[in-house]
Ligand binder design. Sequence first.
Ligand code: CUK
Ligand code: CUA
Length: 647
Amino acid sequence: MNSMVKRLSLAAIGALVGVSMVSADNSELEKVMKERGLTQQDLLAAAKTYTPSGGRDKYIVFSSGGQSGQMLVYGVPSMRILKYIGVFTPEPWQGWGYDDDTKKILAEGKIRGKQITWGDTHHPALSETNGRYDGKWLVINDKANPRIAVIDLNDFVTKQIVVNPLFKSDHGGAFFTPNSEYILEACQYAAPLDNNWHPMSEYKETYRGGVTVWKFDPKIGRILPDKSFTIEFPPYMQDLSDAGKEASYGWGFTNSFNSEMYTGGIEKGLPPFEAGCSRNDTDFLHVYNWKKLAELAKDPKNVKVINGMRVVPIDVAVKNNALFLIPEPKSPHGVDVSPDGKYIVVCGKLDTHATVYSWDKIQKAIKNKDFVGKDPYGIPIIDMKKAMHCQAELGLGPLHNQFGKHWKKQGEIYTSLYVDSQVVKWNYLTCKVEDRQNVNYNIGHLCGMEGKTEDPQGDYIIALNKLAIDRFNEIGPLHPQNHQLIDIRGKKMQLLYDMPIPLGEPHQAVAIRASKLKPEVRYKMGTNPFTGKPHRGKTLAGQEHIERKGNHVYVYGTMVRSHINPEHVNVNLGDTVTFYLTNLERAEDETHGFTVDQYNVHASLEPGKTVALTFKADREGVFPYYCTEFCSALHLEMMGYLLVKDP
Ligand code: CUK
Ligand code: CUA
């Protein structure tokens, strides 16, 4: 390793890292490089990512937290983790799932009456105005328990969870349409849309896929389930989706990987799913006009209602020229629409190619009825050759795409190669490969800077790798995930940094310019963040009191450095107790936490916030309560007693 260390002159290092080295100790720098086995390249990478204390990042990344059911926020290029966001599963620090109001949001995610306490988050999406990120809302899907959550970027808190009443799993969501009118959520594993039992032998008749088109109100940042609808699809196992934009505005694209409609049965000696699903040379890209279907769905004659949701049946969509299929090579995974909406790039996991479809050609083919036939459900299949722009030979296991800054003239696009463990830079207009960067190892998604919007920023690509293997110190058989930052500003890509992610498998991440985010640092005094209105328990200084209504005791309390008011709460065994607490602080970052020992409640009170904690005083005794954030020199004194007496 040391042989790789190049001796650098003072001036050379100064030029390299772009700082004045006049007063720096050259020998110390050389010593550190030698000791740590650092090369010039390493030093350059360090200079490109190192962020001195107090520094800020240019981009903010929102990453899925995979099996944790949460989200993760970090900065680029520093790759410093800034926040976890509690989404589908409890998160104790934020009191997410431990106070009344957050429990209520988590309960919105109940499925058929059952609280689900885990989630498998895959695809975050940022709200858009004219196809560009507007920094207001963030949504993410839960593949395991088909749900979509909405996160408010005013305070980075989850405000809504909606359950898909039809699907049993989802994957091709969440994807915003260009003005956040709708969120697309495609089914993955086909199943009956109703909740009844249907045998596997009825797969073709009663199992279905589909895409739910969730109506979103960007003003209030909420999904409106009553105004949402679902387009029925054949049981082809839909995979990823993307919304058309500009030229292809109004259309959606969802691919699939089981045109065989194989149903498995390894236990009966049948080929396993992966073999049965991979026999055909092509699967289907679903091309659908969500805009037209949204209009059609308004007429009850055009829909059937299943589990309370309007469903546009396949035949209605076909009759109205709103649903088509295009063959796509072997087990496609990613589908990504170019910034001008003119091209649709599809990657086949079992194909070495990425296929670029031309929206112009697709429209012509539809007009000229260039169909090669219909699928068993009567959906016209567009002639692939007539719809294709070009195919690029990329390598083994192409999965996902992101666009670069020079997309318009140079067709700049980046694709992940899972099997080859590479990021490939190529030109989607000419289908020529330009550069390759090895990653470690087995990349899934990749994240460009606003790389899927109408205004890609370039600068960096983050490789979201599935395996870390030998990249980090050993910590047992379960390794962290590895996000690798790649500089794409030059002609050649340069790998800059490895960031271990210890939260779950972050399938997809989205990055936005930090300048587009304008979050609050404090709430208006007494706010309930989930309604945006004054909390029913809002209590100002001097208003603290305790109220008893039957056997329900309400504590109207406040927290401010360094006391909780009241400090004594006396209740009877069997009473229900509600603590309403308001953090009276106005100072930035003066958060208090609150718990009553042994009662499994916790809340985080950021400045101005009011929380509610309700529990049954079901054990006699003396229970200290205290502030759980080290908020001041007298933080330990910020406490009180709940006394529970058997009367
Ligand atoms: S998926 Cu995981 S690498 Cu859920 Cu978008 Cu492709
Ligand atoms: Cu408030 Cu510690």
